[in-house]
Design a protein. Structure first.
Length: 343
């Protein structure tokens, strides 16, 4: 018999075991290393981490947060699920432990009045997407993550002195896009409080403007590389030795533990805006390297007209699907806002 209970900080070792047993991806496979399993839950005011047990053995974990977002231009309650992990013996069939976790999250979210439960699933995780849609869920959108290896170089830009103005400008440009929280500044304030927000960087000319925000959780969360695509392995063999002598990026290799900076809430405006974003990204690659980060992770929601990325040659692109299970209201439609707390 499977029972569900709320996980606590005393369960860190159990949660870490489930995390280690659940590497993410196929061609590019990574495993998370956290100082605490709850570092994402700490971002939300109403979050729960649920643990599934059978005969006192932990077989799965799933977290969710209740929050308010815009849907159809109006603020509505929704539930966001994340950190779904399972014992390998249960992942094959998605039965018992994981189904009980899903049932518990659906029931609790419905009782709280949530319009739907949503989350993000890696695009090559076909099995998880199939199971989710078979259970009544739908794919409602998606986004890409561009992984850029950092490199040594001169840092020229500084973050804006106060991020409130930049966040207000972003909120006005995004409007009431589906999945955007009503108060984006509150998210930035919480990120500042936890030490995640590195700042907002901007660049402007008379013909264009760009800005991008940076999130750094590397003091609580890093990625361990288990496998990389063959092309990256070949490039790493040639480039990595040279990076000790020349200002070249160092490519990730299996066995390496990576620190990432997340680049989100990108805004590009005007005919010269893309060139200004290129300047910001070039500076962030050097700034991140100087601060010990290995990769920039640049987030781009599918169909987002505000994110006009310049051509980037050396990158690895990960694609994610956003899935949602309807409960009491209509589902979101793209382009979707990417809440940094969800990423």
């Amino acid at each position: 018999m499977v029972t569900i209970r709320e996980a606590t900080r005393a369960d860190e070792d159990v949660l870490r075991r489930l995390e280690d047993a659940s590497p993410q991806g196929h061609d590019a496979r990574i495993s998370s290393e956290r100082t605490t399993f709850f570092y994402r839950s700490d971002l939300f005011s109403r979050a729960r981490v649920l643990l599934a047990l059978e005969r006192a053995q932990a077989v799965g974990v799933m977290a969710y947060a209740l929050k308010e977002v815009f849907v159809g231009g109006e603020p509505v309650p929704v539930a966001y699920f994340y950190d779904l992990r399972s014992d390998p013996a249960y992942r094959r069939s998605m039965k018992r432990g994981l189904w009980e976790l899903w049932r518990a999250v659906r029931e609790e979210a419905a009782a709280a009045g949530a319009w739907f439960v949503y989350g993000h699933v890696k695009g090559d995780n076909v099995e998880a997407i199939r199971v989710f849609t078979k259970g009544g869920g739908q794919v409602v959108g998606g986004f890409d993550v561009l992984l850029l290896p950092t490199r040594p170089g001169r840092v020229q830009l500084n973050p804006v002195p106060e991020w409130n103005g930049a966040v207000a400008r972003l909120s006005e440009a995004v409007g009431r896009r589906d999945l955007r929280p009503p108060d984006v500044a509150e998210v930035y304030a919480r990120g500042t409080e936890l030490g995640y927000l590195r700042g907002v960087f901007s660049s402007q000319t008379r013909r264009g403007y760009a800005q991008a925000s940076v999130w750094d959780c590397s003091h609580v969360h890093r990625q361990r590389v288990l496998a990389v695509p063959r092309l990256f392995r070949v490039l790493a063999e040639g480039i990595n030795p040279l990076s000790r002598l020349l200002p070249l990026p160092r490519l990730p290799i299996p066995g390496q533990t990576l620190a990432l900076w997340h680049v989100f809430d990108v805004l590009v405006d005007g005919p010269d805006g893309r060139r200004q974003l290129k300047r910001i990204l070039a500076d962030l690659l050097c700034r991140a390297h100087a601060n010990g980060a290995d990769l920039l992770a640049v987030f781009r929601s599918h169909g987002d007209p505000l994110v006009q990325l310049p051509p980037i040659l050396l990158k690895e692109t990960l694609s994610y699907q956003t899935v949602a299970l309807p409960l009491a209201g209509r589902l979101p439609v793209p382009p979707l806002y990417l809440d940094i707390r969800d990423l």
